[in-house]
Design a protein around this ligand. Structure first.
Ligand SMILES: NC(=O)C[C@H](N)C(=O)O
Length: 363
């Protein structure tokens, strides 16, 4: 509807130029006020969804699967938005698809600790600042959907461990056998990590794989969702950044939305998601705010990670300080994606997914 409106004003492609230099508006033939112009520019950039599949060091053999998965999840989230769905519906859809994909450290594919799989997830709605989270939850396929139920059906922000499981049962969420969430790869990494010769930092970096999404819908509402199995070999009951508001995600229609990935304890120390939105409130772009916060996290607490960010007008960024982060974004019927710093490949969203070899694969 918004796009059609922009066309009705017959200003077509010039809006793209004008979005970079609004002072040119005096030369446009359309008689629009500056605020109407800004509104139309913003509307022409909506909807948008940006997804990540975890920051870290992704083994070459898994890189293309990781990239294909974020592209598929982005298409899923974008279809929801194009059908008039809310930003919240879109991020939950995208993260559900990623939780169901065994390549990531979330839902099926989660890393193991001594207790098996313990998962964290969060959602946040930028319209009202409503949020829901679960931590150390076991035996369910889609923690992100349980987090949404916490938001929608309780007066609390976070439920943990057994309490979260009881709530899931009360809500009729189907329990799944733990075995169905454990992949051979997760088992292999767990065993390798127990090896006295293993390097725990390397093990962690090889299996980050948290998933997350941010979106702006046609109404200009923002939302975020993040889901993870956490850190390999974490202590039983460890609550990571993902379940903590302002750390593992934040969304506010007045500023934007963020979903992070990386070393959870570092993310929590700098409240990474809220820090990025704070920088945006000070006037920084999504990209500059993300870069500044990631530098701060590296310098202040030696933490590496990555983020996807949107502002309410649909300006987005996917940034990371780790070696890689699989990410994808959809906007204006274009799919963007990348894995290494500086990559931004594009293809029309309706084109069939073509397996793509990341440019630096094999390094
Ligand atoms: N892979 C990750 O991003 C891990 C997650 N942030 C955690 O610490 O639980």
């Amino acid at each position: 509807m918004f796009c059609r409106l922009v066309e009705d004003f017959t200003v077509s492609w010039r809006f793209r130029q004008l979005s970079h230099n609004t002072t040119q508006c005096t030369s446009t033939s359309a008689q629009l006020s500056l605020s109407a112009l800004h509104w139309c520019i913003a509307a022409s950039m909506l909807p948008v969804v940006v997804v990540h599949g975890g920051a870290g060091h992704i083994p070459n053999k898994r890189a293309e699967f990781s990239c294909a998965g974020v592209r598929a999840a982005t298409r899923g989230g974008y279809a929801v938005l194009r059908g008039g769905g809310s930003a919240m519906d879109a991020v939950v859809e995208a993260v559900t698809l990623l939780e169901n994909n065994p390549i990531y450290n979330a839902g099926c594919g989660s890393v193991l600790n001594e207790q098996g799989v313990e998962m964290d997830a969060i959602v946040m709605d930028g319209r009202t600042l409503a949020s829901g989270a679960v931590s150390a939850v076991k035996g369910i396929a889609n923690p992100v959907q349980l987090a949404r139920l916490v938001m929608d059906k309780t007066s609390h922000l976070c439920l943990t461990a057994d309490g979260a499981s009881q709530f899931a049962r009360a809500m009729g969420v189907q329990e799944v056998p733990e075995e169905s969430l454990i992949t051979d790869y997760a088992r292999m990494r767990w065993r390798k990590n127990l090896d006295p010769d293993s390097n725990p930092v390397e093990c962690q970096m090889g299996k980050m794989g948290t998933v997350g999404a941010v979106a702006v819908d046609l109404e200009g509402n923002v939302a975020c969702a993040t889901s993870t199995g956490g850190m390999l070999n974490k202590m039983e009951g460890r609550v990571g950044d993902t379940a903590c508001i302002g750390c593992g995600g934040y969304a506010d229609n007045r500023a934007g939305a963020v979903s992070p990935t990386g070393h959870g304890e570092a993310i929590m120390k700098v409240t990474l998601s809220r820090l990025i939105l704070f920088y945006m409130e000070q006037g920084r772009s999504a990209q500059d705010a993300a870069d500044e916060a990631l530098v701060y996290m590296r310098e202040r607490v030696q933490g590496l990670g990555g983020v996807v960010v949107v502002d309410p007008h649909g300006v987005w960024a996917a940034r990371f300080s780790s070696r890689q982060m699989a990410w994808a974004a959809a906007q204006n019927e274009q799919l963007h994606y990348g894995l290494y710093a500086g990559e931004d490949f594009t293809q029309p969203i309706q084109d069939p997914d073509v397996p793509h070899t990341p440019s630096q694969e094999g390094r």
